[in-house]
Design a binder for this molecule. Structure first.
Ligand code: ATP
Ligand code: MG
Length: 426
């Protein structure tokens, strides 16, 4: 049997990796600008972390987790999302005691969900995300959103829209919850079995159901915005005000919900508006949560963050035909004109690399002409041919492959020329 990739996974091949590096570098540099520090948590965690942290009425926990027992019979789960592990780590390392509050963290790594694979939906996918834990200042909400928006702008993705909503505080949500139950109860048998189970457990999730989202009752459901108390209204107004002053436009959509009990106040999604990329596709989802730190036995602490699907960002870039700046290419290909030059070629290539100059040679015993062709294929900016004459005189002929110009250079001049050229590229 030919062994192939597991369903829902992908190889990221060398010809795609430049784009990945580009996104990763941009994300890292933006996070640093906003003063978020990287955190790396394990790929697997105790299953209970996600049951408690993501919520046992969510699709993730009920259907999508990769859960297994280890050899001692412990139940472990490949992480389906980044927030619960980061908050666990925050509590475990007592970051709440740090004098620098809020604690601002970012992550980038693989997540695992057992879903039906399709465009932009995989079983192993990658999320880049941030969490700001320890402040309930509405300016942090605007900051988190602006970090995501700036990231999209910096990678050249213009065609996106930001949707925001407020779920209010606990009091507002409880009132809304009662209204939702009263709204759906009489006709709940018209809904899918998941929604029936959600009615008393977490009716907000009915609004987020993928099966029933066209049901007229979903569309006519009571809006959370009508249930916000004064404090929650004021909070939301401040978040919007801060977004306005930093020039970020948004649409308020009262149906945008996150089903978790912990979510409160601001929720948001950033969608790609590219045509032919689903109807509208969510690249990034986030929001404010309260109670998660406490759920993991830490002190009462508010948090906010987002998770961004990197594969979806790549699809959006492709649809938008955004050109990724090319990585630095091959600087110099050292060609051996005869066997006697082989040692000199090895030495020279090694010396160039020691100077941080990217260098290549032939490893397939190619003839001179074929080596030139190989240098061309590898898009070497320069070639240098080494034969007995060059070894004897200590002067090499350096050829600029773009212009065809050739110069006679010593070893020292070879290095300085290539170094100058590399600097010019930066
Ligand atoms: P969806 O409604 O598309 O299932 P979600 O609400 O489950 O998304 P979140 O848990 O908020 O998604 O994750 C944040 C982001 O991670 C999503 O907006 C998306 O870009 C990405 N994402 C989520 N699940 C997958 C997946 N299976 N494959 C690829 N990307 C994903
Ligand atoms: Mg999902």
């Amino acid at each position: 049997m030919e062994i192939q990739l597991p369903r829902g996974t992908r190889d990221i091949l060398p010809n795609e990796i430049e784009t990945w590096h580009f996104l990763e570098n941009k994300f890292r540099s933006i996070c640093e600008t906003y003063r978020y520090s990287e955190i790396r948590t394990p790929i697997f965690e105790h299953t209970e972390l996600f049951e408690r942290g993501v919520g046992d009425s969510t699709d993730i926990v009920t259907k999508e987790m990769y859960t297994f027992q280890d050899k001692k019979g412990r139940s472990l789960t490949l992480r389906p999302e980044g927030t619960a592990p980061v908050v666990r780590s925050f509590v475990e390392h007592k970051m709440f005691g740090d004098v620098k509050q809020p604690v601002k963290l970012y992550y980038n790594g693989p997540m695992f969900r057992y879903e039906r694979p399709q465009g932009g939906r995989q079983r192993q996918f990658t999320q880049m995300g941030i969490e700001a834990i320890g402040s309930d200042d509405p300016s942090i909400d605007a900051e988190v959103i602006s970090l995501a928006m700036n990231f999209f702008r910096s990678i050249g993705l213009e065609n996106i829209s930001l949707i925001i909503n407020s779920l209010g505080d606990k009091e507002s949500r409880l009132k809304h919850r009662e209204a939702l139950i009263a709204h759906f109860e009489p006709q709940i048998d018209e809904f899918c079995s998941d929604c029936q189970a959600r009615l008393y457990k977490n009716p907000l999730r009915i609004l987020d159901c993928k099966t029933d989202h066209e049901h007229p009752l979903v569309k006519s459901a009571p809006s959370i915005l009508d249930f916000l108390n004064e404090e929650s209204k004021e909070y939301f107004a401040k978040v919007k005000g801060f977004l306005d002053v930093i020039g970020i436009s948004y649409t308020v959509d009262p149906t945008l919900v996150r089903g978790l009990d912990y979510y409160n106040h601001t929720t948001f999604e950033i969608m790609s508006d590219e045509e032919g990329f689903g109807a509208k596709t969510t690249l990034c989802g986030g929001g404010r949560y309260h109670g998660l730190v406490q759920e993991f036995d830490g002190p009462d602490t508010p948090g906010i963050g987002f998770g961004m699907g990197v594969e979806r960002v790549l699809l959006a870039l492709e649809k938008a035909q955004v050109k990724i700046p090319a990585a630095k290419g091959l600087s110099c290909y050292v060609i051996s004109a005869q066997e006697e030059a082989d040692e000199k070629v090895v030495q020279l290539v090694n010396m160039l690399r020691d100077h941080g100059i990217s260098a290549e040679k032939d490893y397939q015993k190619r003839k001179l002409k074929a080596q030139l062709k190989d240098a061309d294929r590898k898009q070497a900016k320069y070639t240098v041919i080494i034969g007995e004459d060059e070894i004897r005189t200590g002067e090499y002929s350096l050829k600029n492959m773009a212009t065809g110009e050739q110069f006679l250079v010593t070893e020292t001049e070879l290095i300085t020329t290539l170094e100058e050229q590399a600097e010019g590229d930066e």
